[in-house]
Design a protein around this ligand. Structure first.
Ligand code: AMP
Ligand code: MG
Length: 343
């Protein structure tokens, strides 16, 4: 059954629609809602039964903890028992926004939310629909991305419906997600600040506020943050990444032609500058090379479009890892799978 879909204009929010969503939450239901990163699948974070529904709808493994979303900074202190100074500094600068902070949890949060960990991940989104929805619900909202586990995250309401039709109660359709990749997840271990997942808040921005920051790479330390499975964000096609070197175009073409000779349908994910070279293939443009922000906002949508085209292989151009480029490349490496190889 198609979930109920309520279209909301983020510039002119209809509070009646938000109230309907809040009612679903108070009845222990599931609401997909827009945030600036990707669409989230929300339930009352204080009700274990409601949260269990999230895992079920997504087929998400029970060892992959959820992020708890709040609408006001004060709510943080109800959920976390200890907030280090560096965390306060980052919150001062980046909340509301695409930054998730991992802190020692208070017992009010059921174990299922954190999959039994002593810590809880918390974020305050800036998307006005998300803010109103959380505030009106009157409880913290546990929400992972609103996709089937392992699939590319949803950046619009159609992506959500395609994955979760029949499994959730309501979708708040607030248009396209601004940033298009998930939040940056940061943890504090003694005096160290560690990025567990690069995302919408750049590492450069974090460093400008707190100085040294360590970044865990998806190859070496994925097991450090539970739920950071090596294969994730995956389209049905196999993703092959081609490194960002001067002869990138030649190598993309060689790989794509070889795949095609092998009888496979090939799609190419290219930067705008190189599009003309790939006209013989199904080519989709991520964005201009210098605009990692635009590349991030289009990434998951393009992966899903290639699935609709039923390609077998996506040959993807790597981009630079500055700014949001780091999050884009992290997602691309993960979509290529645990034994990814850069061509
Ligand atoms: P999602 O919202 O689907 O992108 O998933 C949330 C992600 O946040 C998880 O997969 C973890 O990588 C991370 N996360 C959530 N809670 C914690 C925690 N307590 N400690 C470390 N990482 C966490
Ligand atoms: Mg996710």
């Amino acid at each position: 059954m198609r979930p109920k879909v309520l279209k909301i204009d983020p510039q002119k929010i209809d509070l009646e629609l938000i109230k309907q969503a809040a009612e679903v939450i108070s009845n222990r239901g599931l609401v997909a809602f827009p945030t600036e990163t990707v669409y989230g699948l929300g339930a009352n974070a204080l009700e274990a039964k409601a949260v269990a529904g999230i895992f079920e709808a997504k087929s998400r493994p029970l060892d992959d903890p959820l992020i708890v979303h709040i609408a006001a900074r004060e709510d943080l202190y109800e959920l976390a028992s200890c907030v280090p100074g560096a965390a306060e500094k980052l919150i001062d600068r980046f909340w509301p926004g695409p930054l998730t902070i991992v802190l020692k949890k208070k017992s009010i949060i059921p174990d299922i939310v954190t999959t039994g960990l002593e810590t809880v991940a918390i974020r305050m989104p800036y998307n006005p629909v998300a803010q109103k929805f959380i505030a009106t619900s009157g409880v913290p909202i546990a929400a992972p991305s609103a996709n089937l586990f392992g699939r590319p995250s949803p950046t619009n309401a159609n992506h959500v419906i395609n994955d979760l039709e029949g499994k959730i109660d309501l979708v708040l359709d607030g248009g396209h997600a601004d940033i298009g990749v998930e939040s940056t997840v940061v943890e504090f271990v003694r005096d160290k600040i560690i990025v567990l997942r690069p995302g919408g808040t750049t590492v450069e921005d974090l460093r400008s506020i707190v100085g040294e920051v360590e970044v865990f790479t998806e190859t070496g330390h994925w097991q450090r943050s539970p739920g950071r499975y090596p294969q994730h964000y995956s389209p049905k096609a196999k993703v092959k990444l081609v490194s960002d070197d001067p002869d990138q175009v030649e190598r993309v073409l060689a790989l794509a032609r070889q795949e095609q000779k092998g009888g496979r349908r090939v799609g190419i994910m290219a930067t705008g500058e190189h599009e003309v070279s790939y006209r013989e293939f199904d080519v989709k443009v991520l964005g201009p090379r210098e605009d990692a922000r635009l590349c991030a906002s289009r990434l998951f949508h393009i992966l899903r479009e290639f699935d609709e085209d039923e390609v077998d292989v996506i040959v993807a151009e790597a981009i630079g890892e500055q700014g949001l480029g780091l999050a884009v490349m992290n997602r691309l490496r993960k979509s290529a799978g645990p034994d990814f190889h850069i061509f």
